[in-house]
Design a protein around this ligand. Structure first.
Ligand code: ADP
Ligand code: ZN
Ligand code: ZN
Length: 738
């Protein structure tokens, strides 16, 4: 009988599987789909995942290479996660092997065993006794023996130091045959006692209804959207649902956004639960990540909390998935496998037969639409929990008013009043640096980035011009590079400049700047937040880092310096994002007894969306925005896919896209992919970035199926196009930025 043929998914962008011959040394029974094998690929060895075993291959026998070794006894991923990867690869039209690479921890991709780490254990020999006569003259060895005797399962290597056991005594005991060592994995730490460390809060009626609605769906697939205003007690709903999940002997997976939600959220879970919690965050080492992943897979973690990629964490006894702040942009991966973790979480819940809860104060329009059409159950929390009241909004028209570092006189007055009343002010300005550009007052020269179609931001403290798009940095010139005059002026204001002005204008109060620059050093953010939490009047000034997850009970005034960008951007999602940001920032105010106020500086005080948002709230805004999307045939009322391309030579990307476009049109004619429209190719909004010229081609379709059918037939063709190797290109399904 000929050796079986192994079809493997390999870490390669190519959308296909690769055939290998099974070595005779591997018993065929061990070749189950899902196991990893090491195989030769080009001149390297790579780790692949077995997808299928066949009896023949289309590859000629003399070209067929043999796999090198089998890495697993059992597939490292359970079937449901394997299926999720298949689904993901298919939906996002992405190579399956590369999809596995995104889903698996780094060490597994590299071939590390998918089993918990082993360590050395020290334990007594069967007949060892502390009164052994040989120990009479060796008191330290006797003490060591006694100490180890306290641990019936042995003492792991890592604990030796803590128990103050020295190496020499241990070696002595081994020589006498009284002690043995053994290499094994640490025993699982089972859960003991009650799950709760603190009593749950008594729920209000809406919270109770939400908990009941979700728990009624335990044991099967059921998707709900928890739309609760900030401070309405969504987290309490999560905690009580998780408690029910734990009581049922199951595990909960909680996805959170990327930016600094970690410590505060974690603290709340740890205060509430006597449970084994693992957190998957970016600061973990590869080994720590694998250990956490294995603990989740093997059922040794009860609650798994993590950002986007934690979605792919296998669970032995899955009970519930929660996606907190489901609207957050960080759930969309913007490179490689461009997946939307919130959407995939729903797919996963369906595959595993689980309830899923998406929560947000400002749900994505897509999610609201899904609630309207009945795909998600809509659960609402309309009131703030506890004593806090909703903030009041004021649109401050700054047309033709002088602005000082972005601040208008009436705003400064309101800030002063608030501070004098002993309260805190939060100023939101979503722009880092001192000034967004440097201008020559004589000739109009601007600090253009040499590699991008963008201006470089002046960072005065570091005396640098920096491009926020490509990272290019240089010293600001002292004379204009164009006319040699010296009258170079910073134009506009970023957080650094606003900070400087506020220090001068409000000398009696601390001004705390919180942005990526001021918090770059470890511990800096915590120090700043500690100062705020002390409660004395101060001004907190910062970017969207301030918008997420924090509670500032003493903040009673929130100032939004510039809301206009979101109202006239070319990206149809800009107004949604602006509204979410305003509501999230506003939600930081007045979370305790004091009511909050939100002042929005704008040049478009009568803009209907802004009026709707500030007078009737986010949900009214969202309805209006959805109506506009429907009228314009934009998502969620249609589906998009975007082919992006970039190249070193101007025009090169567009030439490639032009050919790609023709190939697509031909397919549309051939098999009538009805209703799919092509827009472009056009230069990207910022055509040149990091020295490359970029262009894009957009697909729009009322129905998803014809779009996907078309893309599936089209991709193999464009892979063959002349430019396909010299142009960098990628396909983004359901793109979030256009
Ligand atoms: P969200 O997650 O919706 O922003 P939180 O769960 O953080 O809201 O709740 C906001 C505040 O209200 C917290 O201090 C929380 O302890 C409190 N809270 C939540 N639910 C209740 C309740 N049922 N009774 C009293 N206080 C509550
Ligand atoms: Zn000049
Ligand atoms: Zn640049």
């Amino acid at each position: 009988m000929p050796a079986p043929i192994l079809r493997l998914a390999l870490p390669s962008p190519l959308r296909r599987l690769f055939d290998y011959q099974a070595p005779e040394s591997i018993p065929p029974g061990r070749l189950q789909p899902g196991v990893r094998l090491r195989v030769p690929f080009g001149r390297r060895d790579v780790v692949g995942v077995l997808v299928e075993v066949r009896t023949h291959s289309d590859v000629p026998p003399d070209k067929l290479r043999e796999a090198l070794s089998l890495l697993d006894r059992e597939p490292p991923l359970p079937q449901s996660l394997f299926d999720l990867c298949l689904w993901t690869s298919h939906y996002y039209q992405h190579s399956l092997g590369d999809t596995f690479s995104w889903a698996l921890p780094v060490l597994l991709r590299q071939g590390e065993p998918a089993t918990a780490r082993e360590q050395r254990y020290w334990h007594l020999a069967p007949d060892a006794r502390a009164d052994d006569p040989r120990l009479e003259r060796a008191p330290r060895q006797r003490e060591a023996l006694k100490a180890i005797a306290q641990h019936p399962h042995g003492v792991p290597q890592a604990l030796l130091g803590k128990l103050q056991l020295n190496r020499a005594s241990l070696e002595g005991l081994i020589e006498k045959g009284l002690l043995r060592t053994e290499q094994r994995r640490s025993p699982p730490q089972p859960h003991h006692g009650s799950w709760l460390l603190e009593p749950p809060l008594p729920l209000n009626a809406q919270q109770r209804a939400a908990v009941e609605a979700v728990s009624a769906g335990f044991g099967g697939f059921h998707a709900s959207l928890l739309a609760g205003v900030t401070g309405s007690g969504k987290t309490e709903v999560y905690l009580q649902l998780i408690h029910a999940v734990l009581e049922a002997g199951r595990q909960a997976l909680v996805l959170i956004p990327e930016i600094n939600l970690g410590p505060q959220t974690l603290a709340r879970f740890e205060r509430r639960f006597n449970a084994r919690i693992v957190v998957l965050h970016s600061a973990l080492s590869d080994r720590e990540r694998l250990d956490a992943w294995l603990a989740a897979r093997d059922g040794e973690a009860d609650i798994v909390i993590g950002t986007r990629s934690a979605l792919f964490t296998p669970l032995k006894r899955p009970g519930l998935i929660i996606v907190d702040e489901e609207h957050d942009g960080s759930y969309k991966q913007q490179e490689g496998l461009r997946y939307q973790a919130r959407d995939l979480a729903v797919v996963r819940a369906r595959l595993e037969g689980l309830p899923i809860l998406l929560g947000s104060a400002t749900p994505a329009l897509e999610s609201l639409h899904n609630a309207h059409t009945g795909r998600y159950a809509l659960l609402r929390l309309d009131q703030r929990a506890g004593v806090a009241r909703p903030p009041r909004f004021l649109r401050l028209d700054v047309k033709s008013r002088p602005l000082d570092a972005g601040l208008s006189a009436p705003l400064l007055q309101a800030m002063t009043q608030t501070l004098q009343a002993g309260q805190q002010v939060l100023v939101f300005l979503n722009r880092r640096g001192f000034a967004p550009t440097l201008l020559c007052h004589d000739c109009g020269w601007l600090s253009q980035c040499p590699r991008c179609d963008a201006r470089m931001t002046l960072h005065q403290r570091h005396n640098e011009l920096r491009c926020h798009h490509c990272g290019h940095a240089e010293r600001p010139p002292t004379n204009c590079p164009q006319c040699r005059h010296v009258d170079l002026r910073p134009v506009g204001a970023g957080t650094e400049r606003a900070e400087e002005r506020l220090r001068t204008l409000l000398p009696d109060y601390p001004v705390l700047r919180i942005d990526r620059d001021s918090t770059a050093r470890k511990g800096a953010l915590d120090r700043l937040l500690d100062t705020v939490n002390r409660g004395e009047p101060c001004v907190l000034l910062g970017t969207q880092m301030l918008a997420k997850g924090h509670h500032f009970p003493r903040v009673t005034l929130v100032a939004i310096l510039d809301a206009d960008g979101g109202l006239f951007s070319g990206d149809f999602r800009a107004s949604e994002r602006m509204a979410q940001l305003i509501v999230q920032v506003a939600g930081r105010a007045g979370r305790a007894e004091e009511p909050g106020r939100v002042i929005i500086q704008t040049h478009l005080a009568d803009h209907p969306l802004l009026v709707q948002l500030t007078e009737q709230g986010y949900f009214a805004f969202a309805e209006q925005a959805l109506a506009e999307r429907r009228a314009a045939g934009l998502p969620p009322f249609s589906h998009l896919a975007l082919l992006r391309a970039e190249a070193h030579r101007p025009g090169q990307a567009e030439e490639f896209l032009e050919l790609a476009c023709q190939a697509a049109e031909k397919l549309i004619d051939e098999n009538a992919a009805g209703g799919v429209e092509l827009l472009g190719p056009v230069p990207s909004p910022m055509e040149r970035r990091a020295g490359r010229y970029r262009a894009q081609l957009l697909f729009q379709s009322q129905a998803r199926t014809p779009l996907h059918r078309l893309l599936g037939a089209w991709l193999p063709r464009i892979e063959q196009l002349p430019g396909a190797r010299s142009v960098r290109w990628s396909l983004d399904i359901d793109p979030s930025d256009l």
